[in-house]
Design a protein around this ligand. Structure first.
Ligand code: NAD
Ligand code: 4TP
Length: 341
């Protein structure tokens, strides 16, 4: 039986990505995992973190039915030596090259999905390359006019240990932009496209027959009837009305401060927040360490971790692998679901 071949970009070389990827060695996944990154760097981080690692060079021609659980490495050389905890703009193009290789492999069917370890947005900009995130980069470089960032995790006291508990999924109407630019970025067209992508991908990737989506307002108290902002009246509510008429199951716009409570979440398949720090603090409070990030609307499957480069932990072996393991598991199950369909 053929196993999905999953590309895993090892991310910012000064961050925790290389060691987290190395730490997957010895775990069983029903997939072929191909780490994309500098083989020497991954081996060195494994050594300093005390991880027992055997890396096999990636052979694209090897059938996916062969082999056991060894991690494979597709070597991409660093541009400059990497020091744990110290980012270097000289390696910015290296980080992007990892993404390019994984994306191209997904687009031509070599990989069934890509999983990304964290990168550092700031150092890529310091290198003179305008960059806001994987989400926007993959949208731009695949020619996808709009994608949706969604983070998700299981909730409940034992969610982490039992992989049980209800999912909380939080999608965003806007992603990485200054807060001052958010209102102008939310218009009827972009909001309607976001909700259609979210509805479609919840059906396609997660098998939810008719997703119930709870939509937040933008302003305090959802605008207080227009007295604290008009985006709810002028943009959000009309879009929801139009999409309800098309059969989407939408609730809102609701005041964001009281949306994340059982009364609304119990029947919800996803929440759409209007901006990054309206939705993600709640999601990360509930699931940090085992949450995942999924880019919806792309012509390929991409999942990621719920955390950043954690430069303070790089090279210590103390970074938690929970989110990366969940991201790999999610990519595998999404790849299998796509194959079935
Ligand atoms: N998927 C991604 O590529 C991604 C996601 C989030 C942030 N980032 C980027 O990472 C960089 C640093 O961001 P930040 O400092 O805001 O967030 P961060 O997630 O790197 O760190 C926040 C805190 O969480 C801790 N932490 C993070 N991951 C951990 C793990 N696996 N185990 C244990 N503790 C962990 C860190 O030590 C730190 O205290 C920024 O450039 C940001 O844009 C990238
Ligand atoms: N917004 C994400 C988070 O807070 O976890 C993170 O910055 C990663 O974004 P990309 O997947 O677009 O790099």
């Amino acid at each position: 039986m053929s196993r999905p071949r999953i590309a895993l970009t090892t991310g910012e070389p000064a961050g925790i990505g290389p060691e987290l990827c190395a730490a997957l060695a010895g775990r069983r996944f029903d997939a072929r995992l191909v780490l994309i990154g500098d083989a020497g760097l991954i081996a060195e981080r494994a050594r300093v973190c005390g991880i027992d690692l055997a890396l096999r060079p990636y052979d694209a021609s090897r059938p996916d039915t062969e082999g056991a659980d060894e991690l494979e490495v597709l070597h991409v050389p660093l541009a400059a030596p990497a020091v744990a905890g110290r980012v270097d703009p000289a390696n910015a193009r290296y980080v992007l090259a990892l993404l390019d290789r994984a994306r191209d492999g997904c687009m031509r069917g070599e990989f069934a999905a890509m999983v990304t370890a964290p990168l550092h947005k700031g150092v890529i900009n310091d290198a003179g390359i305008a960059f806001t995130g994987h989400t926007e980069y993959l949208a731009d470089t695949t020619g996808t006019p709009q994608v949706v960032m969604m983070l998700a995790g299981r909730t409940g006291a034992d969610a982490r240990t039992t992989a049980d508990g209800p999912w909380l999924r939080v999608a965003l109407a806007t992603t990485h932009l200054p807060l001052s630019a958010v209102p102008a970025a939310i218009n009827r067209e972009s909001l309607a496209r976001t909700l259609r992508i979210l509805d479609h991908d919840l059906r396609a990737h997660f098998g939810i027959a008719r997703p119930h989506i709870v939509v937040a307002g933008l302003n305090p108290h959802a605008g207080e009837g227009g007295h604290m902002g008009r985006e709810e009246l002028d943009v959000i509510a009309p879009v929801l009305d139009a999409l309800r008429a098309d059969g989407l199951d939408l609730e809102g716009p609701l005041p964001a401060d009281t949306l994340f409570v059982p009364r609304h979440l119990d029947g919800a398949d996803a929440v759409l927040a209007m901006f990054h720090d309206q939705g993600l603090p709640v999601l990360k409070y509930a699931t940090f360490g085992h949450g995942i990030n999924i880019t919806l609307g792309l012509p390929l499957i991409r999942t990621s971790v719920d955390h950043g480069t954690a430069l303070d932990l790089a090279g210590t072996g103390r970074a938690d692998t929970g989110s990366l393991i969940e991201a790999v598991d999610a990519a595998i199950s999404m790849a299998r679901a796509r194959r079935t369909h």
